[in-house]
Design a protein around this ligand. Structure first.
Ligand code: ADP
Length: 745
């Protein structure tokens, strides 16, 4: 007689298809959120194969069993191709294995193939149970108790090729690997005059190719959705590359997506591009096929965040609407959304169908607006020379400056702004060292090639400063604007820049020269600016923190150690919370919440109980201004004093490492979008009779402009941060994930 399971509230999670960085974080999130909701949670090893095999391959999970996997690439659960799952018999066996354990909710993390298979499995569930009862393999009441299978899909795929989510798990990490590789090629190849053809993944989706071309400043890109328009496209490519050479470009980089094709549907291979460059350009050309490098390595900060929130949301969905239609949980416009799974799969196939039918316009339209924008952008950026100005047009004189702390992504923003400005027939000026440079007239014209190579460069070539102009300075600024006849300003920077731009506007009645439009583009690692969910540089800083904390955790070869890591952020806890989520910290301290002695007492007692129950490593992240007295030094001393010898404590202040390094792909891509749109806006305003000033930002994943006059109302009166910070909603999730007191790692 088979045993009837005691509890019906159980769920299982598996990873399937091609592995993708971040899958582990998703598994961890599903398990911990499931446990927090008092469910029995099972992990299934080797994808659908494990589901069919059952036995040891379906294991009950604990919070501990998913400890220490957040930072690992690939999937610890394994994934396998499973032909038996393609057969009804295989799926029946899988149903039996699940129902015997009382599992009737399944989270599948995989690509469209896996999700299609899972959907079929769910559709057949009742039929399988009936047959199993008829064959005497399970009891009737067991079938009754688990009449439906709740199915949730999360997309693990590095190609970013699925509908229902703006980003798939693993795509951001793949972009990291690709840009790292291209940056490395840049540095070796610039010493010779060479061309490189780089093949990246993407059979039906040009996302990786297009975004890496933007991020790495490539000179040509070929994607499946939008083949070159001409039959003799090779000519246009050669012309463009030759023109680049003639103005001194040393290196040509062409990125080819795996599925690139011409207008007639013939594949364009990296080899063909290489041959063309060698034959027609006479250039030493190398092909680099990145292959599995793109899948590998530690997941990026974004992939850890994305997977964690998606895994958590998957469990919420199971709890709130069990057995409803299968859902795909994804991220759309910065919000977690749930959509009917099969509609997403069908839409995904529809793009591939349009490509196969050579209806490229429809394929591009289905990819969405920002994909199209990015494609148009790359067409401008790869030009060796700008379009000649229209003789009848008004040629504006536009200045660019930074202000605030340095943020990775400032240089790529300047590069785009300069090129978009010049390409539209205007004259661009670089103002050195922020508003101080504007006061003293440290202003120079920038030409097309002056920003060559800035696409990937960290730091700020124009220089930046936190100098805030005061009353007396505005006369100087007005005089310089008049002398250089500036028609508008693009300020790419942080808090000091926003403040300065706002003050400048307030002095416009006194000095009419100040009445020119100013656009502020958020670039600040702290992500503390109003009107934008993301400031440029914050993603790079997060990745810096995450990779350092990974190393710090690894350094703890001796068990029984707790690290107190202090991160930047000034009055904003964004870096602390997000890095806490991405590194598995058990506690984060934020300036928004402050720290009380009671908190510290509770935390130290949680830590002690954790270490008593086998915890080997502790991690606490504190934001630099979380509390002026209870700082990281204090916390370290307190924890050590109270540890009763159960653990030792190390303090680590990460410091300026967080601001350094080359910008992450996400920061490069966003900076490109924002700078291009800022310039369009600035030009429009400078040409209008009543120009407005604004700050640009990404809100719900979309670009928005907010009038600069609203700045004071959007910030906290006493602190450097916006009143509204949507990411604060992640705090409860961070607490569930950390589960203080439970043994981990
Ligand atoms: P991905 O999920 O990355 O698209 P695959 O297409 O290789 O990867 O699918 C992974 C596994 O999912 C397959 O080995 C198979 O077990 C299962 N699978 C895929 N398609 C189906 C299907 N149509 N019916 C049943 N199972 C399927």
């Amino acid at each position: 007689m088979l045993r009837t399971p005691q509890r019906a509230k159980s769920l299982a999670v598996l990873t399937s298809g091609g592995d993708a960085a971040g899958m582990n974080a998703a598994v961890r999130a599903v398990v911990r959120a499931g446990l927090a909701a008092d469910l029995d949670v099972y992990t299934i090893y080797e994808g659908f194969q494990g589901l069919v095999d059952g036995g040891e391959r379906i294991r009950q999970a604990s919070s501990e069993s998913v400890g220490g996997i957040l930072h690992q690439g690939g999937t610890v659960l394994g994934t396998a191709r499973c032909d038996r799952f393609r057969t009804p018999e295989g799926r029946r066996q899988a149903a039996k294995n699940l129902v015997l354990l009382g599992i009737d909710a399944l989270v599948v993390i995989g690509g469209d193939g896996s999700l299609t298979g899972a959907n079929l499995f769910r559709e057949e569930w009742r039929g399988h149970l009936k047959a199993l009862v008829a064959d005497g393999e399970i009891e009737q009441d067991m079938a009754e108790a688990h009449r439906r299978l709740t199915l949730i899909g999360l997309v693990g795929s590095i190609d970013n090729d699925m509908f229902g989510t703006d980003m798939t798990i693993g795509a951001d990490t793949a972009l990291h690997r690709i840009t790292e590789a291209i940056d490395a090629i840049h540095s070796t190849a610039s010493s010779h005059k060479r061309a490189f053809v780089i093949e990246v993944m993407g059979r039906n989706c040009g996302y990786l190719a297009l975004m890496s071309a933007i991020a790495a400043g490539a000179n040509w890109v070929l994607i499946p959705e939008n083949p070159p328009e001409e039959d003799n496209w090779e000519e246009s490519m050669i012309d463009a590359l030759e023109a680049g050479r003639s103005i001194g470009r040393r290196l040509n980089i062409v990125i080819v997506a795996e599925g690139a094709q011409d207008r007639n549907g013939n594949p364009i291979t990296a080899q063909h591009v290489k041959q063309t460059l060698e034959d027609r350009l006479g250039e030493d050309t190398r092909v680099t096929s990145l292959g599995h490098v793109q899948r590998g390595g530690a997941p990026s900060a974004f992939d850890r965040y994305l997977s964690t929130v998606l895994g958590y949301a998957a469990v919420e969905q199971i709890l709130t609407s069990p057995a409803a239609e299968p859902q795909l949980i994804g991220l759309k416009e910065h919000q977690i959304i749930s959509s009917p799974l099969m509609e997403c799969v069908e839409q995904t196939h529809a793009v591939a169908d349009r490509i196969a039918e050579r209806d490229y316009e429809a394929a591009m339209a289905m990819r969405g607006g920002s994909f199209g924008d990015s494609f148009r952008m790359i067409k401008t950026m790869v030009r060796a020379q700008p379009h000649p100005p229209d003789p009848g047009q008004r040629r504006l004189r536009l200045g660019i400056l930074h202000a605030g702390g340095p943020a990775p992504g400032m240089n790529p923003a300047v590069r785009v702004a300069v090129r978009v400005g010049i390409d539209n027939g205007h004259t661009m000026f670089g103002i050195r060292n922020g508003f101080r440079g504007l006061e003293v007239g440290d202003i120079q014209e920038m030409d097309w090639m002056s920003v060559n190579g800035w696409a990937s460069r960290g730091g700020a070539e124009l220089g930046t400063s936190r100098h805030l102009p005061r009353n007396g300075h505005f006369a100087d600024i007005a005089a310089q604007i008049e002398e250089h006849q500036l028609d508008g300003l693009l300020m790419i920077g942080g808090w000091a820049g926003y403040r300065a731009a706002h003050r400048m506007q307030a002095h416009a009645d006194e000095y009419p020269a100040l009445r020119i439009p100013v656009v502020c583009l958020p670039a600040a690692i702290n992500n503390d600016l109003p009107g934008s969910e993301h400031a440029i540089g914050a993603d790079t800083a997060l990745n810096n923190i995450v990779s350092d904390v990974d190393k710090i955790k690894q350094s703890a070869v001796a068990s029984g150690r707790c690290f107190v890591v202090e991160v930047m952020g000034r009055d904003c806890g964004y870096l602390a919370l997000m890095s806490g989520l991405a590194t598995g910290a058990e506690r984060v301290y934020l300036p928004e919440e402050g720290i009380s002695l009671k908190d510290l007492e509770a935390d130290v007692s949680d830590l002690k109980s954790g270490f008593r129950h086998g915890k080997r490593l502790g991690l606490v992240i504190t934001s630099e201004h979380a509390d002026s007295v209870y700082n990281s030094g204090f916390i370290k001393a307190l924890f050590e004093r109270e540890s009763e010898g159960l653990f030792s404590v190390r303090q680590s202040i990460l410091g300026h490492i967080q601001q350094g390094g080359d910008p992450s792909p996400f920061d490069r891509i966003q900076t490109t979008r924002l700078a291009s749109k800022s310039l369009d806006y600035l030009i429009e305003q400078a040409l209008s009779d009543s120009p407005e000033s604004a700050f640009i930002g990404l809100m719900h994943g979309k670009i928005r402009f907010t009038p600069l006059t609203e700045f004071p109302d959007m910030i906290e009166p006493e602190a450097h941060r916006p009143r509204e910070q949507s990411w604060m909603a992640l705090m409860p999730l961070a607490k569930v994930m950390a589960q203080p007191g439970l043994p981990k790692l």
